[in-house]
Design a protein around this ligand. Sequence first.
Ligand code: GRF
Length: 192
Amino acid sequence: MKKLTGLKKIKTAVFISGTGSNLKNLIKFSKTRKSPISINLIISNNYKAKGLRYAKQFKIKKKIFNFHISKIAEKNVLLFLEKEKINFICLAGFMKILSKNFIKKFNGKMINIHPSLLPKYKGLNTHEKAIKNKDKFAGCTVHYVTAKLDSGKIIMQKKVGITTEDNSNSLAKKVLKKEHKLYPAAILKILN
Ligand code: GRF
């Protein structure tokens, strides 16, 4: 008999470009009873992304799109998402900036995790910036995706302390641990 749990979960795609530790964490979360989402698709712009291995490991469909001409790529991604009946998108280390047109199609249904306490340090090299500025705290943010980079409505944040021994690598590790707690919590907050 088919299990009832999971049937009503929101069909979600996770977009990645690299390691995929957030992806793995979200997959594990999605398999818990309390999760409002199921991960049905992994999308990447990078066929070498390490995180793509989780597609095989967890038997999830994956699809890689060449973003060389992003307008064409986005069109194909949208068609594929429609075909797979995807209703929600989690960006997790996806290194391409999506266009206004794409974002409009998933308005309020696409979220991102960013490794800083937004609005501080939008864009790249957030940990280097926090250390260079001698900040006492770093952290991570889950927010809605809007046309302006890393500027959509904040859903949740988590802080970590920065010590004098920290460098950008150690800080990245500390923040990533928090990210793995934050992303599921943020999803529960908005979708429950
Ligand atoms: C994370 O730090 C995330 O906040 C940022 O990119 C990194 C992705 O890490 N957007 P991973 O691929 O999930 O391990």
